[in-house]
Ligand binder design. Structure first.
Ligand code: GDP
Length: 453
């Protein structure tokens, strides 16, 4: 059985809680895209854990976790992430963590280039997380990467890296030379890495990237991971043939997908379900089941078109009710009404078989609930999610559904729900054309309703 759990919207749909709930029934959990630019917070009886790179099955000792070829991996970040979990008593060994030999490494200069480019762009910056993800994927498609399997052949790896660093230094000189002349600012702009060292001091010499420092970094952290690196395709093919249950776990939502999302305000990788087998190492298999995680209202982190955005008191009330503040930064997230146009599109590109509809309890304070049923683009109504400038200028068309005005966080069966809440669920289900299987009414593991029971 091959299952995929993916986001339907812009992210923060509550994937973490559904993955946590459903991973119990899996043998193998795979991460198939992205890097350490986002992650899940999982709370269980052993504590609170932040997972940026590791698949969430790592918290269950019986599950084998795969980090697939579709990922980009910052070795130092992973080393530290594992270190934090191990010191909290989680066992992580080559038996329960397997890293693809084809995954690309996010190098220190990937992070440096990410931050340099945001610095250069100034007020036109993308709002990158500064973790090197876009440069790492850019290099992958330019065929200028070092991959995990290269760690086994250090001399060949160094030869390749020499050419790459020479190439990168041409760009450093020509594009960023002027900026880097201000050393104090460079130190500040290039920031610290997770190990308390400044990228600038550690990886620059005489104003250029220092080849030896990058080799030393690769040797130090690469050495640790050699026992974890395998051909995940061979491992997974065998597992599937033996009837193992495999789950593909996405980071970020459909609208952040590099092809189908709100480009260029997307992630740099493919977040959609059908990429799961490819990014894990078994492109020939078919998914048996895709569960899309869809939020009962909208939220969006960072820049980019967000048609249903609310402002003022209306936004403050929803943001406060939903706790929509960045986990790390505390920055307020953008919020809005449930968006049928975007969500229907999200269900379609994800190929969702069923939906988990999350955070319904958050809407309990509303007298009437706005839902966006169409976009108005230059006076023409559409329900097809547009692209580019058409999306930028789209205006939302709203309808209003009756609120239920009572606490539903204790509901555990369909019959516990007030009529208006059930009507809202069924209305949204019909609008997006996909069966709502689970409804989540709280962050706790048991705070959900299985609509088939
Ligand atoms: P992810 O990035 O998609 O995994 O989403 P998050 O893990 O950031 O989930 C968003 C937040 O909402 C987390 O703090 C969850 O604990 C919380 N959450 C998830 N589902 C529900 C729900 O149904 N009701 C409430 N009140 N909170 C929820």
């Amino acid at each position: 059985m091959l299952t995929s759990i993916v986001g339907i919207n812009w992210g923060d749909e509550g994937k973490g809680r559904m993955v946590d709930l459903l991973s119990e029934k899996q043998d193998i959990v795979c991460r198939y895209q992205g890097g350490n630019n986002a992650g899940h917070t999982v709370v269980n009886e052993r504590g609170k854990f932040i997972l940026n790179l590791l698949p969430s099955g790592i918290l269950r000792p019986e599950i084998v976790n795969i980090m697939g070829n579709g990922m980009v991996i910052d070795l130092k970040h992973l080393y530290n992430e594992i270190g934090r979990l191990v010191s909290a008593g989680i066992e992580i060994t080559p038996a329960n963590l397997k890293i693809s030999d084809r995954a690309c490494i996010t190098l220190p200069y990937s992070v440096i280039f990410d931050r340099l480019e945001e610095w250069r762009l100034a007020d036109k910056a993308y709002g990158s997380t500064g973790r090197g993800i876009a440069p790492a994927y850019g290099d992958k498609y330019m065929k200028k990467s070092i991959r995990m399997g290269d760690l086994f052949y250090p001399e060949a790896m160094k030869n390749t890296l020499r050419g790459l660093v020479d190439y990168k230094n041409l760009i450093v000189k020509s594009l960023y030379g002027e900026l880097l002349r201000d050393e104090e600012k460079a130190r500040f702009k290039l920031g610290k890495d997770s190990g308390d060292e400044y990228y600038y001091d550690q990886f620059f010499k005489d104003g250029l990237l220092d080849f030896d420092a990058i080799v030393a970094w690769l040797e130090k952290y690469g050495g640790f991971f050699k026992d974890y690196v395998v051909d995940t395709g061979v491992y997974l093919t065998d597992a599937v043939a033996n009837g193992k249950r495999v789950m593909f776990e996405a980071q970020l939502g459909a609208l952040r997908d590099i092809d189908f999302g709100i480009y260029p305000f997307t992630s740099s990788s493919s977040t959609i379900a059908s990429y799961g087998p490819i990014g894990a190492g078994i492109p020939g298999v078919r998914l048996d089941y895709t569960l899309g995680i869809m939020k009962a209202y909208s939220s969006c982190v960072g820049a980019g078109p967000f048609t249903v955005e609310m402002f003022g008191d209306e936004a403050d009330a929803l943001r406060k009710a939903g706790g929509e503040f960045g986990a790390a930064t505390g920055r307020p997230r953008r919020v809005g009404a449930f968006d049928v146009v975007a969500s229907k599109y999200g269900c379609r590109v994800q190929g969702a078989d069923e939906i988990a509809f999350t955070k319904l309890d958050i809407l309990s304070y509303m007298d009437k609930i706005p839902v966006c049923v169409a976009y108005d683009i230059d006076g023409k109504l559409t329900t097809d999610f547009p692209v580019g400038e058409a999306l930028n200028i789209a205006k939302p068309v709203y309808e209003y559904l009756p609120g239920w005005k009572c606490d539903i966080s204790g509901c555990r069966k369909v019959s516990d729900l007030p009529k208006e809440a059930l009507d809202y669920i069924l209305w949204c289900e019909k609008a997006v054309g996909c069966k709502i299987r689970y409804v989540s009414v709280g962050a706790e593991r048991e705070a959900y309703i299985d609509m088939t029971e």
